[in-house]
Design a binder for this molecule. Structure first.
Ligand code: BTN
Length: 257
């Protein structure tokens, strides 16, 4: 069981996670925080669930996570200062913060896969699902959903990238409270950096992205595109070199071609 006290002592943030909701079981932490009908609208609210009955991943996939072993949580941002243009940077800030938290606490080498997967030794350790609701052109609620495989050692189901967990990599049980606090502390700093130094986020993210310069395949729904992963633009979109012509890719799954 998640120990709220031990988590709270390690949390160093001003607003992220200061309103913390703990749930034994929920359909999806993202769905819950996205829903305007719920009574939570405080900027920085974090909802952690021990079990999700309808955990969702990107591209309509299911997110499987064994009860009480991992971290499945969402962060709600409601500040007026959220702009749709910043979505990719928030995505990068989240995946980079997961990578940094893992590197700092466990000295494991991580790799980032566009748009926001975190890998260790080519296997997926964490995934992120960013969703929002808007009114007219204004974003009302932005929800960053994160699933980190922490203490699960057996994975059943169908995966597009083979999964791993911190326990599988390190052969020991991991303190989830410490990892969540470290992540949230880093993520709050990173959100500030989106305003003050977004280039540094892009630079640090790219430094962990092995596929830049490689021949890749991008798949989104029925469509697929081959090319060379040229770079990211300043908004975090993928620039794909298709026979000498640069195309901007907004979403999709990347794999080595
Ligand atoms: C992906 O890699 O496809 C994204 C996975 C995101 C999973 C998390 S778990 C917490 C939050 N609630 C959900 O239903 N999904 C996200």
């Amino acid at each position: 069981m998640f120990n709220l006290e031990s988590f709270d002592i390690k949390l160093n943030t001003d607003f992220i996670g200061r309103n913390f909701i703990y749930s034994e079981e929920i359909d999806s932490t993202n769905s819950f925080l996205l829903n305007k009908e719920n009574k939570f609208s405080t900027d920085g609210t974090v909802l952690l669930a021990e079990k999700q009955t309808k955990g969702r991943g990107r591209q309509d996939r299911v997110w499987y996570s064994a009860k009480g072993q991992n971290l499945t949580f969402s962060i709600l941002l409601t500040s007026k200062k959220i702009y749709a243009k910043k979505f990719n940077l928030i995505n990068f800030a989240a995946s980079l913060s997961v990578a940094l938290a893992i590197e700092n606490l466990f000295q494991l080498k991580t790799e980032l896969k566009w748009p926001n997967d975190v890998l260790i030794n080519g296997k997926k350790i964490a995934g992120i699902l960013l969703e929002s609701t808007s009114k007219g052109s204004k974003i009302e609620r932005l929800v960053i959903g994160i699933g980190v495989n922490v203490n699960q050692s057996v994975f059943q189901g169908v995966y597009n990238i083979p999964p791993t967990s911190l326990k599988s990599e390190l052969n020991e049980n991991i303190d989830r409270e410490k990892l969540l606090a470290e992540f949230l502390n880093t993520f709050e700093e990173m959100l500030e950096k989106i305003k003050t130094n977004p280039d540094e986020i892009l630079r640090d993210w790219k430094a962990r992205c092995r596929l830049i310069g490689e021949k890749i395949l991008i798949e989104s729904g029925e469509k697929s595109r081959y090319g060379i992963f040229d770079d990211l633009d300043e908004d975090g979109f993928l620039l794909l070199n298709v026979r000498g012509k640069i195309e901007k890719i907004h979403f999709g799954d990347v794999s080595v071609a």
